[in-house]
Design a protein around this ligand. Sequence first.
Ligand SMILES: [Zn+2]
Length: 85
Amino acid sequence: MIKCAECGKEIGQDSLSCPECGQPTEESRLRKKALILRLISIGMFGLMVFNISVGTWFAGPIESLLYLLTCVGIFIFAKPVAKLF
Ligand SMILES: [Zn+2]
């Protein structure tokens, strides 16, 4: 259980908003940030695919691999990464 920042009422850990006053919870903010991070990682991946397909990709194989791992990593760990912001 966590406490609502607005009214202090105890609410469930996974609740997206307080049932009492409607204040969005930390969980709801976290999910939104995680969603944005996932969209960014998909965008980064799309950029790589696009550049490779038109022959303007700048990185060598190792850099490409690291870039790809970063995209996948951000996508998978979007929620823990969102906690850092
Ligand atoms: Zn509340």
